[in-house]
Structures are given as structure tokens and as C-alpha cells.
Design a protein around this ligand. Structure first.
Ligand code: MTE
Ligand code: MO
Length: 309
């Protein structure tokens, strides 16, 4: 059972960056010693480790914690990459309410701790690819959004899910400026929301999320551009119609509802064919669906992904 999908893994140990690297190094050394492993078996092991962790390529090592928490997009806290870390320090994370409503049998206003209590927080090491053509690898801590969806029971009319994020001018200097139409919202089709790779994150690197990364609850959809990952969620609404989403509202020619990572469809102002992994010098090719095509491409069978970008 070397090659497993994240969905097949009931629980995963929380791995620090150091442990993760040394486990890889250990297996690499086994391979180097020969130990009767064929090159194919060695590749399978390397691949299996990467797959087990939620990423595919052998060279996808997690981006350092320091980088993940200081190079951020969170416009409510400022548009420069270093502003969210500085300005989100004081974000008040408790009490925190999340409203779940729309086309569901069990709408409710949840206290965050009650909402997440039933779910085991598992680690998922995911690539994340910003529409700005940079990328990171982040060990998230979270749980499948599907588990929550099953609990609140969408009606037969529910086709989409809308995610609304915190809009608090008292705490967020960015929302006092008309940079975007606040609150920031995102959306998924219900089947995308239920896909086993889609998680609600509560932490990174085994620690609780910091404000700049979307504390206390943040959406993570690893085959889509980073902007689909709404931060500091306050509302999850099930809808019959495709919800409006912030970036598609402000620049519909540049950002679509689907926003699947696609090297073949350029942003009107720059190429999406390659990306710079933060911390690396050379650019690397961007993979269709950010490398998760074998798991998610079937969601879009028969769709023209140039039109539905
Ligand atoms: N509420 C909110 N969520 C947001 C954003 C934002 O500005 N506001 N930026 C998005 C973008 S463009 C990206 S790339 C990711 C960045 O997540 P990270 O800073 O944790 O890497 O968050 C997304 N979620
Ligand atoms: Mo982004």
C-alpha cells in the first residue's frame, strides 16, 4: 500500500517539516543502498510517499513555515505580501460564529468550536498555486468539507456553495478602502465542494492557523488558483444558482468562477504555463489542475475549460 490517495487515508500523523524531510531522506537512503529495489520500485516508493502526503512530485518539499506565514494575499489586511502578517496579529479569533444556510435541511449558526469538534484534524500536504504564477507547498491541518456538508444536509435544489469571509472594518484596515467589493466571497459547485481533496483548514504545520493564513477557518481547494481559498469564513450558503464571486465580479475577463489551475489558458496579462515555487530560482512548469488531474479532471468531463476558466 505504498500508493494511496489522501482520501483513502483515515488518519495521518502530524508531520513537522523536519520529520517529513527525514522520512524522505530515510527512504532515499534505503534506495541508495540498493536493498534489492529495482529503480521502478524506488520510484514507486518516492512517488508513494509524495502521494501519501497529498502531493505528486518527488521534489515537492513543504515551503518553510516562516515563508508561508509572511508572504500572503489577504487584501482585507493590505495588498502587499507582508501586510497581512503585520496587520492580522490582532484579529480576534474567539468567539467565532459560522452561519450555515440556504438550501440545507439543517441551517444553523455554529460556534466555531462546536462546528469543528466532530472532525479529526488530519494533515494534507498540498501544492498551492496563486493566479500570480507563484506557488508553495503547505502542510495543512483540516478536515474534508464533505463531512460538514453531509451533516447539514443540502436539499435537492442545492447546486453550489457560497463562502463569505469576515468583513470587519474595525479589525481589518484593508476593508476601509474600496479595493474590492467587501465582503470577499468565493464559490464552488456542490460536487467540487464534496470532493475528498477539498478541506476546511484550521492549521498549518501542526499549529493553529494564523490570521494571515485565514484563521480560524479557511477553504482549501488544491486544484484551483489560490484565490478560491476564502479566508476567515463566516458563512457557508448552499444555493441553486451559481453564486457571485469577488474576483469574477471585479474582473470577469481575468478570473472565472471555476479558476482551475490550467497552464493552457493564460491570464489575459500573463502566462500561466510556468510558476515560481517560492524559495526557488528557476521556474517550473505548471501542471493541469495543479497536479491533481487524475483525481479531479472527471469533475469537468465534457466542459470547455477555455470558456469555463
Ligand atoms: N478573504 C480573503 N481570502 C483570500 C484572499 C483575500 O484577499 N481575502 N486572497 C486569496 C488569494 S489570491 C490567495 S493566493 C490565497 C493566499 O493564501 P495564503 O496567504 O495563505 O498563502 O488566499 C486567498 N484567500
Ligand atoms: Mo492568489
Amino acid at each position: 500500500m505504498l500508493i494511496r490517495r489522501p482520501a483513502d487515508i483515515p488518519s495521518q500523523e502530524i508531520t513537522s517539516e523536519g520529520q517529513y524531510q527525514s522520512r524522505r531522506a530515510f527512504l532515499a537512503s534505503l534506495g541508495a543502498l540498493g536493498l534489492a529495489l529495482t529503480p521502478g520500485e524506488q520510484r514507486a516508493i518516492a512517488h508513494g510517499i509524495a502521494r501519501e502526503a497529498g502531493v505528486h512530485a518527488d521534489d515537492d518539499k513543504p515551503t518553510p513555515y516562516e515563508t508561508v506565514t509572511t508572504y500572503n494575499n489577504y487584501y482585507e489586511f493590505g495588498t502587499d505580501k507582508d501586510e497581512p502578517a503585520a496587520n492580522a496579529k490582532a484579529l480576534k479569533l474567539r468567539p467565532w460564529k459560522v452561519r450555515i444556510d440556504g438550501e440545507v435541511a439543517k441551517p444553523a449558526d455554529y460556534d466555531l468550536d462546536d462546528l469543528v469538534k466532530p472532525y479529526k484534524q488530519e494533515e494534507r500536504i498540498y501544492r498551492m498555486r496563486c493566479v500570480e504564477a507563484w506557488s508553495m507547498v503547505i502542510p495543512w491541518l483540516g478536515f474534508p468539507l464533505k463531512d460538514l456538508i453531509d451533516r447539514v444536509q443540502p436539499t435537492s435544489r442545492a447546486k453550489y456553495v457560497e463562502f463569505t469571509t469576515l468583513n470587519d472594518p474595525q479589525q481589518m484596515p484593508g476593508v476601509r478602502r474600496p479595493v474590492l467589493p467587501w465582503p470577499y466571497t468565493e464559490g464552488l459547485r456542490l460536487d467540487e465542494a464534496r470532493h475528498p481533496l477539498t478541506i476546511l483548514a484550521t492549521g498549518i504545520y501542526g499549529k493553529p492557523l494564523l490570521g494571515q493564513n485565514g484563521a480560524p477557518l479557511r477553504l482549501v481547494v488544491p486544484w484551483k488558483y489560490g484565490f478560491k481559498g476564502g479566508k476567515s469564513l463566516v458563512r457557508i450558503r448552499f444555493t441553486e444558482q451559481m453564486p457571485k464571486t469577488t474576483w469574477a465580479e471585479v474582473a470577469p475577463d481575468e478570473y472565472g468562477f471555476f479558476a482551475n489551475v490550467n497552464p493552457a489558458v493564460d491570464h489575459p496579462r500573463w502566462s500561466q504555463a510556468r510558476e515560481r515555487r517560492i524559495g526557488e530560482f528557476f521556474k517550473r512548469p505548471t501542471l493541469p489542475f495543479n497536479g491533481y488531474a487524475d483525481q479531479v479532471a472527471s469533475l469537468y468531463a465534457g466542459m470547455d475549460l477555455r470558456r469555463n476558466f
